[in-house]
Write a protein that binds this ligand. Structure first.
Ligand SMILES: [Zn+2]
Length: 191
């Protein structure tokens, strides 16, 4: 407990109430009073505060990475004359859960063992592959570091495409993706 030696534990007699009533934490009651205890008996879970459902979808993540103004829908920014339609189509399929990831195939009744081809450490869902995988995380971190130097919405679309392409190369041709050349390819496409 807080790295306090065991033999001192019996001297620790104070309770939270003591500190509250002694006014050592004058703001504590305000905070406590604002906590709403849910009536439903539900497990704690992480929620994404920016959606009504509390779930984080790839569409929401895209809007987070590529803020495009309040009046332009994600569809309008995906179908952009500056972006090749095949790249836009891939992202459209992703947002509509139409990519044949293991997770989507399983939801359609295909029974197959699933492992992420890139990291081999998780089952393959869209969320894992495109947002959480170690390879993917490096690409998004790189994207954050160059924000402002490129057309952001297009860069996000090229990154989604690069991830899917690397996944397919690994899965079907056993070609291990190289991070630096992937980043160079995204940069070159996005000029
Ligand atoms: Zn992975």
């Amino acid at each position: 407990m807080l790295h306090i030696p065991q033999h001192l534990h019996r001297h620790l007699q104070s309770t939270v109430a003591d500190f509250r009533t002694n006014n050592l934490f004058p703001n504590l009651m305000n905070h406590l009073n604002q906590v709403i205890i849910p009536l439903d008996d539900k497990m704690d879970r992480l929620i994404w505060m920016h959606t009504d459902s509390g779930d984080l979808t790839l569409k929401d993540a895209y809007l987070h990475f590529a803020p495009i103004g309040p009046n332009i829908s994600w569809a309008q920014s995906i179908w952009n004359v500056a972006i090749p339609p095949s790249k836009s189509f891939m992202v459209w399929r992703l947002f509509h859960n139409r990519l044949p990831t293991d997770e989507n195939l399983a939801s359609r009744g295909f029974q197959l063992p699933s492992v992420c081809s890139i990291c081999n450490k998780s089952s393959e869902s869209s969320l894992h592959l495109f947002l959480q995988c170690s390879f993917t995380t490096v690409l998004w971190n790189w994207h954050s570091s160059i924000k402002g130097h490129v057309t952001v919405a297009a860069a996000v679309i090229y990154i989604f495409n690069a991830i899917w392409s690397c996944r397919n190369l690994l899965r079907f041709e056993d070609i291990i993706p190289n991070l630096n050349s992937t980043i160079s390819m995204i940069s070159a496409n996005n000029k």
